[in-house]
Design a protein around this ligand. Structure first.
Ligand SMILES: Nc1nc2c(ncn2[C@@H]2O[C@H](COP(=O)(O)OP(=O)(O)OP(=O)(O)O)[C@@H](O)[C@H]2O)c(=O)[nH]1
Ligand SMILES: [Mg+2]
Length: 292
């Protein structure tokens, strides 16, 4: 059997389940998933090496019209994923309206890269509605296979995997077979904290926060990690910390548990909160946070 390998880039609107799907396909919780839109801000690779194939997935931020420089940088990473794909998984779900896929879908369809349209969250639908939706997508994207799945219930995800493999170019693997991603532990640690902030706070807070590692010390039995939570305005600092530090403590405890699971090791975590005024529109700060 010939070995196949390639880059499979996962694109789509915010909140349709791109990160959940990549985690399921790779079999690891690499990308942070939350009920809120715009959770993912960076392109993140998830590598799956199997018998006779290697798939290099890229999870990407949901497509949107940028309102500030951070979002422009997020959309640049989406653009890059359009350019270097061997296969595009365009993800939608049974919740969003098909009208929300207008302009950018046309661009993706116009590209010569093979595509699969994945309709996610079919656990929330019924047979009749789903058949209608598949029909609409088949018309909107003539000649492109449309595959309904439920990432959460792992329904049809094995079938999706087989459909992906058959569409990959023949060639040797790009990465060592035990490599899971292109990112270091430090990145995942900041993402875990950011994910907990998405789950803990409402309104604009999650979108105003960035996390940076201040120190990361690996000892034999424990990792000692100090991280800074940056907010965009003075008024947000108190909200993050909460009454007598209660909210920050909640974030810290939940994040530490996830880190221990991810790293397979005990973690001592310290969190600090600082203000970086309007960092989302500040190129210097965006560079510091790895967006530019
Ligand atoms: N019911 C149901 N919910 C799902 C499924 N897949 C994902 N979700 C939920 O949809 C929400 C968004 O999932 P994410 O994976 O973060 O979505 P995303 O497309 O990566 O979102 P962004 O990073 O913001 O663009 C989360 O609450 C998930 O639990 C599914 O198959 N069924
Ligand atoms: Mg995501």
């Amino acid at each position: 059997m010939e070995h196949r390998s390639g880059f499979v880039n996962i694109l789509g609107n915010p909140n349709v389940g791109k990160s959940t799907l990549m985690n399921i396909l790779v079999g690891e919780r690499l990308s942070v998933t939350t009920p809120k839109a715009q959770t993912t801000r960076h392109r993140i690779m998830g590598i799956l090496t199997g018998e006779g194939y290697q798939i290099v997935y890229s999870d990407t931020p949901g497509i949107l019209n940028p309102k500030y420089k951070l979002q422009s940088a997020m959309m640049k990473s989406v653009e890059s994923a359009l350019d270097d794909a061997d296969l595009i998984l365009y993800v939608t779900d049974v919740v969003e309206t098909t009208a929300k896929n207008g302009e950018h879908l046309q661009r993706i369809l116009a590209s010569p890269v093979p595509k699969i349209i994945v309709i996610n969250k079919i656990d929330l639908s019924n047979q009749g509605d789903l058949e209608r939706l598949v029909g609409i997508w088949s018309q909107m994207a003539p000649g492109v296979p449309v595959l309904p799945v439920s990432a959460i219930k792992k329904f049809n995800t094995d079938l999706l995997l087989r459909e992906i493999i058959t569409r990959l170019p023949v060639g040797p693997p790009y990465f060592p077979e035990d490599q899971l991603t292109d990112r270091f532990d430090r990145f995942f640690v900041t993402e875990i904290i950011r994910g907990k902030i998405f789950e803990t706070y409402q309104k604009e807070i999650p979108y105003s926060v960035e996390v940076e590692i201040e120190s990361y010390r690996e000892e034999s039995a424990i990792n000692r990690i100090a991280a800074v939570i940056y907010v965009a305005r003075d008024s947000q600092k108190g909200i993050i910390i909460g009454h007598k530090g209660s909210m920050l403590k909640r974030v810290g405890t939940a994040a530490r548990k996830d880190m221990e699971e991810f790293l397979g090791k005990k973690v001592f975590l310290e969190l600090y909160v600082r203000v970086a005024h309007e960092w989302r529109d500040n190129p210097r700060m965006l560079k510091k946070f790895g967006y530019l």
